[in-house]
Ligand binder design. Sequence first.
Ligand code: FS2
Ligand code: SF4
Length: 538
Amino acid sequence: MFCNQCEETAKGHGCTVRGVCGKEGETAGLQDVLIYTLKGLSVRNLAAMKKGGGNPEAGRFVAGCLFTTLTNVNFDPARLRDMIDEAARIRDALPPAGSTEPDACTWAPKSPAAIAAKAQTIVAARESVDADLQSLRELLIYGLKGLGAYYHHAAILGYEDDGITTFMQEALAATLQGLSIEDMVGYVLACGEVGVKVLALLDTANTASYGTPAITTVGTAAGTRPGILVTGHDLKDLADLLEQTRGSGVDIYTHGEMLPAHAYPGLAKYDHLVGNYGGSWPFQREEFERFNGPVLVTTNCLVPPKDSYRDRVYTTGLVGFAGLKHIDASPDGKKDFSALVEHAKRCEPPADLSRGDLVTGCAHAPVLAIADTVVGAVKSGAVKRFLVMAGCDGRYSGRDYYTRFAKALPADTIILTAGCAKYRYNSLGLGDIGGIPRVLDAGQCNDCYSLVVIAQALAEAFGVGINDLPISYNIAWYEQKAVLVLLALLSLGVKEITLGPRLPGFVSPGVLAVLVENFGIKGIATVEEDLERMVPGN
Ligand code: FS2
Ligand code: SF4
């Protein structure tokens, strides 16, 4: 195996024996083969589309498969094999793209041995590609995985866009062509542009489905009734579970990236959505153990479970882990969560892990509703600077940097955040400035879109460019949704982003030089040095 797609990749280079995330070599190989088959499918579908044909469902399938291979989503070889078979079936139902098709269009996943052999070929092929070209291909594929993830979320709520899925297929197909470095850079930047579109699409999908978020204070205390803990990002799963558990005597808690759900009126209306439990995904092994009741994992990030709570973990959607119970949707799209409810009733209430109240829901609409207050605070000097500290959390011990950085910020600064990185500082009690919370949490990582909308509105209010605002970017990444968000920010012209806690292993020295020269991207240094750079004269 060779996998270098996340921040925790072994030795900052690549996992070659077993993933730091727990992914086995067989699973990594199946994920590579799935992506490879999607490339062939894309070549054929695009050719057919040009002739007025093609499979209109293929784009959504491609998005779901890309999401499946994102870090910490699916560890189940059987499910991945089924997806490879399905990808080949869809591909083979399309007419050949020409007389000389790439191997990805024609190879057949005839047997586990054939798939394993193909996986080895894919890994070996890396060696023969120019390092910068390989780096750009990986950057593009990882951006596409983020794109697929956000697209899948929007599609589940009924919001689709053929332009986005066509780009996904074009970009996948592009990695099979012998494109120049310049052309590949073009695809990478285009991925960021399409990333902005998918983030906007998901923003529309979420708000149209569950209402405009409101700035909301969420409790973290455990109640006295049995509970179900919902983690991941899928708001529809949470909504369906809330509906099915009305009056059941079972409480529902959010975990990790589900925290912002409390801000949506369509979800907050349920009295038995009682609070948030625990912190971000890296701490789930302790937190799930202490929760005592069943846990529903709707998307990433799943950590291989401990035996002590394994029988209480239920996966759904694209999430997979061999041996865990899985809830599938019926053909009409409905999911039956009654097994979780019955399971919860047999369990003790959660052990208390209170961490104080958390504020969330600071999305673009509620923040722009108080824009006059925010602009006034900047003009009066009460707010000197904004720090965008969005992104991921992770296991790497160096991530305590973000807690130390947040603590060291002067009292006249405001943190703008989204994603699970916030758990490093959202319970520090950083207070407010004239009623504006000092940690403005826009929501899940896709809600970085809100941060962009807020920044654009501030730029307009002050009549300056987006890079002339008193805003610094100190972004934490872990997996491929964050790669897409980074590309989206670059496509909007945001410069001088600081990226940590470690730079991606898949970025070659040549590609890094381009990112530094054109966008001013930097790695983190010490808290003191970074503070001096990002909050000059603090
Ligand atoms: Fe956390 Fe990062 Fe979950 Fe987002 S690991 S912010 O891209 O997917 O959340
Ligand atoms: Fe390694 Fe990350 Fe890939 Fe897992 S996802 S195998 S930790 S690089």
